[in-house]
Design a protein around this ligand. Structure first.
Ligand code: PLP
Length: 383
């Protein structure tokens, strides 16, 4: 669509030109298999080594602890299955939260079927876990704690540092953080007290769909997810997609370099839109909080279905989504909205707008204008 204002960057982002350029060059000139021992293979492998080192530097770990994957879903699955299935000699107890992405929750459900004891931490109305509840739930036999950094549906930020300290003091559990929505927007690394495992997705940071990272603070007892030719230090078999790896490293570097500048802009836009939304009084409930991630604003209009608002905005060239792309085609209320215990009137459709590197102040001004028009048009329309 031409002339659209794309405000669905938490679903996916448009790749940056520099990232596409890097991808093209590697595909055209360095397409050899990086595991091949001939000169072309060595060249491709050199690029892979450099990409891995770049990501390792950003995350403050060693290159041997960085694996390239096919995205956030694979990284989350691999982290959780890998830790759980190889640490049963310590215990079978796992902690996570009730608002994780389905790539975590569905993996946990599978582990429950396999006899693991999974407990789900609750969140308050701001979407944040209680550290007191975490403290009471950690046991000697807890082997894994998986907590997302930023929630994809409404932007709540979890207290990762404090949780890491507590988990490490009280147990031998590995701490996995799904940083898919936070990487490049908030500081996240293995520096000081932090997670043991981090998942990242390329397409949320202006890289490509089908690319991701699973990174470890240090080598850990872990069972590989994909078996085969022993690539990626034997931890993730399959011919490594060097162009994706190089593109992801480039996207990651650009995201981190521009993080502060973008965050300041996003915060200002977030605050302005919040002020406008709050001016509609009881007609609108804003789920995102001022303490949450700046790039996500989610809200709900009293007794109105999400699709109605999405369509009304789309007619005017503005693309927003229901709270999450993966549940947006489903009709049932999302698990995140349920966990927030919203009033029934605000459960029918949560709208999420999410900013990205290509958005401009003009986009936001236009969005605010469209929001005003749509609110006027839909006034009194209840479904
Ligand atoms: C918080 C979170 N985790 C994981 C994923 C899955 O990432 P991918 O689409 O790369 O598989 C997403 C995607 O929406 C997400 O928002």
């Amino acid at each position: 669509m031409v002339n659209t204002i794309y405000l669905d960057n938490s679903a996916t982002t448009k790749p940056l030109k520099e990232v596409m350029q890097a991808f093209m060059v590697v595909n055209e000139q360095y397409y050899a298999n990086p595991a091949s021992i001939h000169a072309m293979g060595v060249e491709a492998n050199d690029l892979l080594i450099r990409a891995r080192e770049q990501v390792a530097d950003i995350l403050q770990t060693e290159a041997k602890n960085v694996l390239f994957t096919s995205g956030g879903t694979e990284s989350n699955n691999a982290a959780i299955f890998g830790i759980a299935r190889s640490n049963t000699h310590i215990g079978k107890h796992i902690l996570t939260t009730e608002i994780e992405h389905p790539s975590v929750l569905e993996t946990m459900k599978q582990l429950e079927k396999e006899g693991f004891d999974v407990e789900y931490l609750r969140v308050d109305r701001r979407g944040v876990i209680s550290l007191d509840e975490l403290r009471t739930k950690i046991r000697k036999e807890t082997i894994l704690v998986s907590i997302m950094h930023v929630n994809n549906e409404m932007g709540a930020i979890q207290p990762i540092k404090e949780a890491a300290k507590m988990i490490h003091e009280m147990s031998r559990a590995a701490f996995h953080v799904d940083a898919v929505q936070s990487f490049g927007k908030l500081a996240i690394s293995f520096k000081e007290e932090g997670p043991d495992i981090i998942s990242i997705s390329g397409h949320k940071i202006h890289g490509f769909k089908g690319s991701g990272v699973l990174a470890f603070r240090k080598p850990i007892r872990w069972q590989p997810f994909a078996l085969g030719g022993g690539q990626e230090f034997g931890m993730r078999s399959g011919t490594v997609a060097v162009p994706q790896a190089v593109a992801l490293a480039k996207a990651a570097r650009l995201a981190v370099e521009t993080m502060n500048e973008r965050s300041n802009k996003y915060r200002q836009w977030h605050d302005e839109i919040r002020t406008q939304l709050e001016s509609y009084g009881e007609a609108v409930h804003v789920l995102s909080t001022p303490q949450g991630a700046a790039h996500i604003v989610s809200f709900s209009v009293c007794d109105l279905k999400g699709e109605v608002i999405i369509n009304a905005m789309q007619k005017r060239g503005v693309i927003v989504s229901t709270s999450s792309a993966c549940s947006s085609k489903q009709t049932k209320t999302s698990h995140v909205v349920e966990a927030l215990h919203l009033d029934e009137h605000y459960k029918k459709g949560v709208i999420r707008l999410s900013f990205g590197a290509h958005n401009t102040i003009e986009d936001i001004e236009n969005f605010k204008q469209v929001l005003a028009e749509v609110m006027l048009e839909l006034k009194g329309e209840k479904k």
